[in-house]
Design a binder for this molecule. Structure first.
Ligand SMILES: *Cc1c(COP(=O)(O)O)cnc(C)c1O
Length: 232
């Protein structure tokens, strides 16, 4: 046994406290356990601790893990997604957090129609403008929503961002505020038909700050599963 199950419980407790402190309800946000690179046994431990939302960033890894774990898991695709791989996961994932182009959204829509499913998506916004990151800028985000809003079988649920890596999590607060305000702006346009206004923001280093700024999904990997080793 690893500590992952207990870590999940501890992180969940901190999330609930952060929500309460911000005057939000306990179920206003969902903790996603980011399990990339981690073995099935560890995911099972976290599942047994009560987690039903898991995040992965590679199509192959979702396909490997999906049949080996209970079917009530909600799989979140949080990594960059290539259009040619959409078909493998469109009927397996609960939500795709990383849509940043018309081409990708159109492919998701096309494959979703084929498989007769509706896919929840978020638009990834690179709020800090980091060159190393995927995502639209804030203006591009609105244009993208405008261009994909009528595509069949996709439901635009909200926005996602990956904030910079920082020592002090408070440094990322302004970015979380930008994403929240952008969501508020976009929601004003009823034409976009976004009912949820989901905000996927906050990782191990900054999820408590993100929750205090309105996150509805936080994506915690290291804080639950420990450091990742990409060399094995
Ligand atoms: C890996 C990853 C996370 C989790 O990062 P930690 O710092 O380990 O919590 C969250 N979001 C995305 C998009 C990731 O790729």
């Amino acid at each position: 046994m690893s500590n992952a199950g207990q870590n999940y419980i501890d992180v969940l407790k901190k999330c609930k406290k952060a929500l309460a402190d911000a005057g939000r309800k306990e179920d206003d946000a969902t903790l996603i356990a980011v399990s990339k690179t981690k073995p099935i046994e560890m995911l099972k431990e976290v599942y047994d601790a009560g987690c039903r939302d898991f995040g992965e960033n590679k199509v192959q890894e979702i396909m490997d893990k999906y049949p080996k774990l209970p079917s009530d898991i909600r799989w979140h695709m949080i990594g960059h997604l290539q259009t040619n791989k959409v078909k493998y996961i469109v009927d397996k994932v609960y939500m795709i957090h990383s849509v940043d182009s018309f081409k990708l959204a159109a492919e998701i829509s096309k494959e979703a129609v084929k498989k007769n499913v509706t896919v929840k998506i978020l638009i990834e916004v690179n709020v800090a403008g980091e060159e190393s990151k995927f995502g639209t800028d804030t203006k591009g985000c609105v244009e993208l929503i405008e261009s994909i809003k009528d595509l069949p079988n996709i439901e635009i649920c909200g926005l996602m961002t990956i904030a910079p890596y920082v020592e002090n999590s408070e440094e990322n607060r302004p970015y979380f505020v930008i994403l929240r305000e952008l969501m508020v702006d976009i929601m004003k346009n009823k034409d976009y038909n976004i009912r949820v206004g989901a905000l996927s923001m906050g990782m191990t280093g900054d999820y408590l700050v993100a929750l205090s700024e309105g996150a509805t999904y936080v994506r915690v990997g290291t804080g639950i599963f420990g450091e990742r080793n990409y060399n094995i």
